[in-house]
Design a protein around this ligand. Structure first.
Ligand code: FES
Ligand code: FES
Length: 157
C-alpha cells in the first residue's frame, strides 16, 4: 500500500505517493523526473546517485524516502542550468573533465559539498572526498583539476 511523503527538493515542495521504503533515488528520477542523480550500483559503492541532504553529500540509492522528509534535498538540477551553470559545473566544462558523463553527477555533488566546508582543499583533500565516487572512464585527474580550478575561482557558494 502506498503512502504519501512530503519532500522539499531544489526549494520546491512535493507530495509523492510511493511504496514505503522506496529509496529516494527512484522517487527523484521516476516520480519527479530529476535525472541528474544516476543509478550505478544501488549499494552505496559508486557515488553516481549523490544528492545533498541538508548540504551533506548523500547516496540517494540507499536512503529510504521517508528519511528524507523534512530535509532540504538538492539535486544536480538545483545547482545550475545549461544557460547559467554553477561555477563548479563551468570548471568541469572548462577542464573537459567529462568522458561518458555517468559519474559526473556524483563528482560534482560531492565536490560541491567539499568546497562548502573546505573552500581551499589540497589535492589530497579532493582525492579523499572523492574516495566513494568511481569513474569507469578513468578521467579522475581531469575531475580533480576541475575542482582545483573551481576552488581557485572561489566557487564555494
Ligand atoms: S548508485 Fe548509489 S552509490 Fe552507486
Ligand atoms: S566520465 Fe564516464 S564514468 Fe566518469
Amino acid at each position: 500500500m502506498s503512502t504519501t511523503v512530503h519532500l522539499k527538493v531544489n526549494g520546491q515542495a512535493h507530495d509523492v505517493s510511493v511504496e514505503p521504503g522506496t529509496m529516494l533515488l527512484y522517487v527523484l528520477r521516476d516520480n519527479l523526473g530529476l535525472h541528474g542523480p544516476k543509478f550505478g550500483c544501488g549499494l552505496s559503492e559508486c557515488g553516481a546517485c549523490t544528492i545533498h541532504l541538508d548540504g551533506q553529500a548523500t547516496h540517494s540509492c540507499v536512503l529510504p524516502v521517508e528519511a528524507a522528509a523534512g530535509h532540504e534535498i538538492t539535486t544536480l538540477e538545483g545547482l545550475g542550468t545549461i544557460d547559467h551553470p554553477d561555477p563548479l559545473q563551468k570548471a568541469f566544462i572548462d577542464e573537459q573533465a567529462v568522458q561518458c558523463g555517468y559519474c559526473i553527477n556524483g563528482m560534482i555533488m560531492t565536490a560541491k559539498a567539499l568546497l562548502k566546508t573546505n573552500p581551499h582543499p589540497t589535492r589530497d583533500d579532493i582525492k579523499q572526498a572523492l574516495d566513494g565516487n568511481l569513474c569507469r572512464c578513468g578521467t579522475h585527474m581531469r575531475i580533480v583539476r576541475a575542482i582545483e580550478r573551481a576552488a581557485k575561482a572561489g566557487a564555494t557558494a
